[in-house]
Design a protein around this ligand. Structure first.
Ligand code: G3H
Ligand code: 13P
Ligand code: ZN
Length: 308
């Protein structure tokens, strides 16, 4: 199966009211676990690579591993740059075979974000590559966002419309209360669905993206803590909120933390239960299986199962 870009995936997802899972990849076992899950579920798939992943594993290794997955499976897979932080990085990965890119100018003032995204769009579109941009900031747990601050930090629906029109970006990551990592909420999880609804209304039929969407599954947090980890109070986005979001034009849901937790919990358990083992395959294999099971669960939640 050839690599595909995200445009067709999003069109179908919008029509069907489901989300495509975008999973961060860093090594062979993670790629294998995710691809096996998507194959089992017959689900469309986005594999995304961050600047850090590229630095860790090298562009060439990750691309060859994904090419192997495409050769072995008959799954359509998009290869996406996660949180591109410069025009040059986006240009390099487009030239290097990625099928879609994110340029993240969310930390910049509005006009500067627009100028940066537009520059990337002007390079990407003639080469058939769609562009994801981000407007609004994903606050961390240390930042308590009260009602008055929400307007300053979260995505403004009117600005979102102007931003998309002026940049020509193909999908937009929105800030409605999610954040990256394993500590998303100090108290009860809350997302600003009213805001999401307004964005959906302003950007009719347009693909939205939810970053920081891991649920921080309790079973993995408990397993980590049981076997020597220290993740007190880790908390993610409740699954019912993801289900609600996917029916509101959120057609790409980003997951990294849940993969990290599944892998770490399993490796910790294997080390603790089999102290005599020193064959990496005997702990990386179970970690790959744990990723596969977790991703199957996620694809079902997203409504993506059976959509290929
Ligand atoms: O949003 C960030 C992703 O979880 C990737 O993280 O930059 O550590 O690879 P990373
Ligand atoms: P999580 O940290 O919630 O997995 O979010 C990942 C993400 O948004 C990658 O861009
Ligand atoms: Zn992100």
């Amino acid at each position: 199966m050839p690599k595909i870009d995200t445009r067709g995936l999003f069109e179908d997802a919008l029509k069907g009211g489901y989300s495509v899972g975008a999973f961060n990849v860093n090594n062979m076992e993670i790629i294998q676990g995710i691809v096996e899950a998507a194959e089992a579920e017959k689900a469309p798939l986005i594999l995304q690579i961050s600047k850090g992943a590229r630095k860790y594993a090298r562009h060439e290794y990750l691309m060859k591993l994904i090419e192997a997955a495409l050769e072995i499976s008959d799954l359509p897979i998009a290869v996406h740059l996660d949180h591109g932080d410069s025009y040059e990085l986006c240009r390099d990965v487009i030239d290097g075979g990625f099928t879609s890119v994110m340029i993240d100018g969310s930390h910049l003032p509005f006009e500067e974000n627009i100028a940066l995204v537009k520059k990337v769009v002007d390079y990407a579109h003639p080469r058939g590559v769609p562009v994801e941009a981000e407007l609004g900031r994903l606050a961390g747990i240390e930042e308590h966002v009260d009602v008055s601050e929400k307007d300053a930090i979260y995505t403004d629906p009117d600005e979102a419309k102007e931003f998309v029109e002026r940049t020509g970006c193909d999908s937009l990551a929105v800030a409605i209360g999610t954040s990256h990592g394993a500590y998303k909420f100090k108290t009860e999880p809350q997302l600003d669905f009213e805001r999401l609804e307004k964005i959906q209304e302003k950007l009719e039929g347009y693909p939205l993206v939810l970053h920081g969407a891991s649920s921080v599954l309790q079973e993995f947090v408990d397993e980590c803590n049981k076997y020597g980890g220290e993740l007190p109070g880790a908390k993610g986005v409740p699954e019912h909120m993801i289900e609600r979001a996917r029916k509101m034009n959120v057609c790409k849901v980003n997951i990294d933390t849940d993969l990290r937790l599944a892998m770490t919990a399993t490796i910790r358990r294997e080390y603790a239960q089999n102290p005599e083992n020193f064959d990496p395959r005997k702990y990386l294999g179970p970690a790959r299986d744990a990723i596969k099971d977790m991703v199957i669960h996620k694809l079902q939640l997203l409504g993506a199962s059976g959509k290929v």
